[in-house]
Design a protein around this ligand. Structure first.
Ligand code: AMP
Length: 282
């Protein structure tokens, strides 16, 4: 396991691996690693010859009133987890390595980034796409691993890979959940025990909506209203949005059809959580 801190060293190392004809898998993360990240790293280790985990809390993707400062950081712990899951390299650059003074370029992902998370978090997906493009250049992956947990992000990355003709296979892995159903997230550690219990309203509302669809309900308005109701049964939880959308375009559906995504974002105290489920309707 190697820890790499500079862009120059990372690029040189990736070039050496590529020259040897190795398949490089990259797992971009913001650190505070958990089992969800470990699942991505293990998949990369199964499918690739060399696995690079990037750990970088990307200031470009945080809004001014978001949690950039308090986002959890613990590199030694991340390195241990990444290594145990099968990483060969942890690339953890300092901010000045990726964004030296005067840095100004941005990737604009377009329409797929505008709704839902993009509307609530202006600039977020441009920040994500910009850092992911830089990390791809520096690590030269054949395969890139992302979690379904951040579903809209996977569509943004897919769009960018296509539009920029990047020779990278995008792998999206299922959301890893706690035994009680809460999606694992680095932000879960902000929750106190009471909020942690209240947060379960989020996955419960999604699962209830999926069950209703499987039982024949097709009206999105009915499903969305039920999701809202289910979430607000918990006093400490506030709905940011719930949506029933086409899984490929994220456009709202009047009636559920084809591959459908159920999206939800909530606030539990000061903590913002997102989750989603995909449902196939024939
Ligand atoms: P983050 O460190 O939160 O930026 O996440 C890094 C990558 O891990 C992203 O592709 C996330 O979608 C993915 N990820 C985060 N949480 C989970 C989870 N519970 N299950 C699967 N993937 C996840």
């Amino acid at each position: 396991m190697r820890i790499v801190r500079s862009t120059g060293q990372m690029a040189a190392l990736a070039a050496r691996l590529t020259r040897r004809g190795l398949r490089i898998g990259v797992v971009p993360t913001m650190g505070a690693l958990h089992e969800g990240h470990a699942a991505l790293i293990r998949a990369a280790a199964r499918e690739c010859d060399a696995v690079i985990v990037t750990v970088f809390v990307n200031p470009l993707q945080f809004g001014p009133s978001e949690d950039y400062q308090r986002y959890p950081r613990n590199l030694p712990r991340d390195v241990r987890l990444a290594s145990r899951a099968g990483a060969d390299i942890v690339f953890a650059p300092a901010i000045a390595q990726l964004y030296p003074k005067g840095f100004a370029a941005r990737i604009e992902p377009g329409v797929v980034a505008r709704r839902w998370e993009g509307r609530r978090r202006p600039g977020h997906f441009s920040g994500v796409a910009t850092v992911v493009a830089k990390l791809f250049h520096l690590t030269q992956p054949s395969d890139a691993y992302f979690g379904q947990k951040d579903y809209q992000q996977t569509l943004v990355v897919r769009q960018m890979i296509g539009d920029l003709n990047l020779p990278i296979r995008l792998r999206v892995l299922p959301t890893v959940r706690e035994p009680d159903g809460l999606a694992m997230s680095s932000r879960n550690r902000y929750l106190n025990p009471r909020q942690r219990r209240q947060a379960l309203a989020l996955p419960h509302a999604l699962v209830a909506a999926r069950s209703a669809i499987r039982a024949g309900e097709r009206r999105s308005a009915v499903l969305a209203a039920a999701m809202r109701r289910n979430i607000t049964t918990q006093p400490g939880v506030r709905v940011d949005y719930v949506a029933v959308v086409d899984a490929a375009t994220l456009e709202p559906l009047r009636r559920v059809r084809g591959r459908t995504a159920l999206l939800a974002a909530v606030h539990v105290g000061r903590t913002r959580l997102i989750d989603n489920l995909l449902v196939g309707v024939s």
